[in-house]
Design a protein around this ligand. Structure first.
Ligand code: HEM
Length: 220
């Protein structure tokens, strides 16, 4: 079977909640405050997808399975797409495209500023998600740049944390997953630098696998 089926299946799966949300919006079934419902559901979907994309590399490191790397890019781009939709609903429907109001809101409510920062941190990731951009930057610089995804994750978790105020269970769970993923990357980086010859060989294999997988996930 064509190896492209997995990212496509994931994309189709992501289309389900988006389709349901659009259908409910068209049918007027989003409750008493439809804008807030759409805003919150898109925000949650974006965060869940971003966090899922951040678990791909640690999952590969722990299990050795290659499938997470085949869907990482799809998950990251879908997170960005939902984040843009989320921001557009806020800007266009909630604020009536009043940019000044957005700036005022960002200053008055730090959680809005964190949301804007999270989305901005995702822009270079989305722009450089193609294979061509990866080749232009070179593998090492590309990987370094894509560590921004952890910053975007942390900012998005902060945005959610400040927004919920009372029950912080859900944002704390997302935050824990982001922190564990980041820790796994740090530990791998450290063991590569200070490892024994055999560790270096494993690291080298992982690097080669990573390059192959990045090639795989960026193939059309
Ligand atoms: C320009 C950027 C953004 C703006 C202006 C923005 C604004 C907002 C606003 C106004 C709310 C709803 C607050 C309320 O109902 O009181 C919200 C909620 C939320 N946003 Fe954002 N946001 C942005 C980016 C993001 C991004 C990039 C993510 C995720 C990666 C995100 C995730 C969330 C989540 C998880 C919620 C809470 C959902 C819930 O409580 O069910 N936001 N955001």
């Amino acid at each position: 079977m064509n190896r492209d089926w997995l990212p496509r299946a994931v994309l189709a799966g992501i289309g389900v909640p988006l389709g349901i949300l659009a259908a409910r919006a068209c049918a007027g079934l989003l409750g008493a405050n439809p804008i807030a419902t759409a805003l919150n559901q898109l925000g949650l979907l974006s965060l869940a997808l971003l966090v899922a994309s951040l678990t791909c590399t640690p999952l590969r490191l722990v299990t050795g399975a290659s499938f997470p790397m085949r869907i990482r890019r799809t998950l990251g781009l879908a997170a960005f797409f939902c984040g843009v939709l989320h921001a557009l609903v806020y800007l266009a429907l909630d604020q009536g495209l009043a940019w000044r109001a957005l700036v005022k809101d960002a200053v008055a409510r730090p959680f809005i500023a964190l949301g804007v920062a999270a989305l901005l941190a995702m822009v270079p990731l989305a722009v450089t998600s193609t294979r061509r951009a990866q080749q232009r930057l070179g593998g090492r610089r590309w990987r370094r740049l894509h560590r921004l995804a952890y910053l975007a994750g942390a900012l998005a978790v902060g945005h959610y944390l400040l927004r919920v105020k009372a029950d912080v269970t859900e944002p704390a769970l997302y935050g824990t997953v982001v922190a564990l993923g980041f820790a796994a990357r740090l530990i791998r980086g450290r063991s590569r630098r200070s490892g024994t010859a055999s560790e270096r060989r494993v690291g080298g294999n992982l690097e080669a696998t990573s390059a192959r997988e990045e090639k795989l996930q960026n193939s059309p």
